[in-house]
Write a protein that binds this ligand. Structure first.
Ligand code: CA
Ligand code: ZN
Length: 317
């Protein structure tokens, strides 16, 4: 049993002692308040959550052609996990400690999808193989960049796991990876957290509509910040704070993200809005996470040195 305040001293990564395991036998395809939790855990729990690939392993197990798979079973999220004490208006803190993946994955093309939907003539699948920190595809080698595609909390209204939003979901943001911390606004009691859709490699944009899609396991800590929540998911890495904004219209996502960033800089630095706008123009980056999901995801990168306390961002977004 893990006691409060003892994270980092009370579990052993080698023996997995003190770690709560959630296997991939129970998954869901839409975030909603009526999901049945697979487990209830106190804040500060350490979990190892197993995931299926985004095709629900249909292509791996049966060798089906891309056109034959059951599209209602795309993007399974394992869970949900109920976090005791989580209430609407709180923040669920997800610290990602480790991602382990299968050593083989699949990319696909499907006519009408991706960043170039009209140019895709064939439904095809291509295997990718993980070799150490590299991924091999058709004899070519690319860098492995493990990440989590779908990660979120339940929404008040049913939201497909294929859609990103304020709750997280299909964020397809490559910085959602080992060492990062994601801050998600809790919308329903217990938060009802789930994740899936691991990628061994995915570039910004996720242009062909998939990354190297794999099953795997994620080791993470779930914690709570009471009575404070960002409007959009906030991601913290070693040197940056990202705010992840999703919208059907990419340019609207950019506008909203920039507005949030300028406001945050103004509040954190004490500069007036026009000065903060100029500072943002030097120090803030507007980046694209993905352009292929029902809502596109934009992220602004704020250098951490501008924000003495990362939780300040909760008030600004
Ligand atoms: Ca995805
Ligand atoms: Zn994926």
């Amino acid at each position: 049993m893990i006691k409060r305040g003892q994270i980092g001293r009370c579990f052993d990564l080698n023996t997995r002692e003190g770690i709560i395991r959630v296997d991939s036998s129970r998954v869901f395809y839409a975030f909603s308040p009526d999901l049945e939790p697979v487990i209830k855990v106190p804040p500060r729990s350490i979990l190892e959550i197993e995931t299926n690939d985004c095709y629900s392993n249909q292509l791996v197990d049966t060798g089906l052609f891309v056109t034959q798979i059951d599209w209602s079973r795309i993007n399974p999220a394992t869970g949900p996990v109920y976090v005791e004490g989580a209430e609407p208006g709180d923040t669920l803190v997800v610290k990602i400690l480790k991602i382990e993946t299968a050593d083989e994955g699949l990319l696909i093309t499907v006519p009408g999808t991706g960043a170039l939907p009209d140019l895709v003539r064939e439904a095809r699948a291509g295997r990718c193989y993980v070799v150490g920190d590299k991924v091999v595809f058709r004899g070519k080698v690319v860098e492995a960049r493990k990440m989590i595609g779908v990660i979120g909390v339940a929404t008040r209204e049913r939201t497909s796991t294929g859609v990103p939003g304020r709750h997280g979901g299909n964020l397809d943001t490559r910085h959602v990876t080992e060492g990062s911390t994601l801050y998600l606004p809790v919308e329903v009691e217990g938060a009802l957290f789930g994740l899936g859709d691991l990628h061994v490699a995915m570039g910004d944009g996720e242009v062909c509509v998939t990354g190297c899609e794999v099953g795997g396991k994620v080791l993470l800590v779930l914690d709570l910040i009471k009575n404070a929540a960002p409007k959009w998911p906030v991601l913290e890495t070693e040197d940056s704070i990202y705010v992840l904004v999703s919208h059907e219209d990419l340019s609207k996502a950019v506008t909203e993200a920039v507005e949030i960033g300028v406001k945050a800089i103004s509040r954190a630095t004490g500069l007036d809005w026009h000065e903060a706008y100029m500072l943002a123009s030097m120090a803030m980056d507007v980046e694209i996470s993905q352009v292929v999901d029902p809502r596109k995801t934009v992220r602004i990168r704020l250098p951490k040195y501008l924000f003495p306390h990362v939780t300040d961002i909760m008030k600004f977004t």
